[in-house]
Design a protein around this ligand. Sequence first.
Ligand code: ADP
Ligand code: MG
Length: 402
Amino acid sequence: MEYRKQTVRAVKPGGLRALVRADFNVPVADGAITDDTRIVATLPTIRLLIERGARVILMSHLGRPKGGPDKKHTLRPVAERLASLLGRPVAFAPDCVGPEAESRARPLGEGDVLLLENLRFHAEEEANDPAFARKLASLGELYVNDAFGTAHRAHASTEGVPRVLRPAVAGLLMERELEYLGRALDRPARPFVAVLGGAKISGKIDVLNALLERVDRLLIGGAMMFTFRRAQGRPTGRSLVEEDRVEMARAVLARAAERSSEIVLPVDCVASGATDGSAPGRVVALDSLGKDDIGVDVGPGTVMLFAEKLSGARTIFWNGPMGIFEVPAFAAGTLGVARAIADAGGGGAVTVVGGGDSVAAVQETGLADRFTHISTGGGAALEFLEGKVLPGVAILDDAPAA
Ligand code: ADP
Ligand code: MG
């Protein structure tokens, strides 16, 4: 489904208290932020609001705190990092609702920024409690959602607040996510090629089926290739096979043949005696995989084959690493395919990557700036591609008909 939503560019936020749902769910170790990608990704929206004289109130969750406030999950370090990125002070409220929040929201001047403490310190956030949502909503006069990564969840800050606070618009990051993922869904430039990998078919069967209906070609790597190989009656050694999904893989192959969309499976793999890098890997043709071999990555022949199948594509969507890329010795397939996608992008393809591990892999390879769009929301991106309604997006104001 393609969403046409009103965006923050269309509203006049000057003087208004803009309540912004951001995704500041960043990795923190010993109180220090180890990766600020998500904070940086929200800067354009925050800067736009500042420039237009809004009184900016930011809210987010961080991690999965259990039953109330705890030091480990405080957003305070985010306020500090944000202040240094913006080059201006960012006030911090030690609670997201109630007197602590209200007393800090009240004196905000135009262009001032306030960050509220972790929404999930209140169980009412994930329960989408209406009274809690009203308390949050009372802080603002305009709602902006820039947290695509949580848009597939109907929580108080993503769904409850915009129920009662209007205008409710998409931030610039959200707009970008909807534009690129929506376009891939509804009017992709063709050929449209998808690359799927990762650990399990089970978590990806819906997206697999959804993509199958839309793409011209589907390349399959990662562990899920072995479930497909099993479905074809081929040897899989000790590779990760989901026995209870073999039938599903067989159905996918049959469906593809029916639709004459092409499914491309690897021709070789890196085989090892262990998945953790403690045993060496060697390249083998898939048909000669031994009974004790574990397939841990796609092989160089597959990278070449995939590169060929990707060249000339006009739209590429990628989710799921090609192998156990966390182990450097088994990362070559993922890196090679990432490079092939980036090259196709250089040749004019719109290239979109989504999924937590896939995005991490792209960032590690240093190829990130050669992709058209790197989705910040793994689960949300997949649910979007599956055609599911994202409650946090659906509730936003529709853009006026063009
Ligand atoms: P994403 O987060 O991008 O959606 P997934 O979570 O589905 O991706 O899959 C990532 C995981 O898949 C990685 O931890 C990787 O080690 C694992 N994986 C990829 N190939 C294999 C393989 N051949 N055997 C076992 N695990 C694999
Ligand atoms: Mg993952």
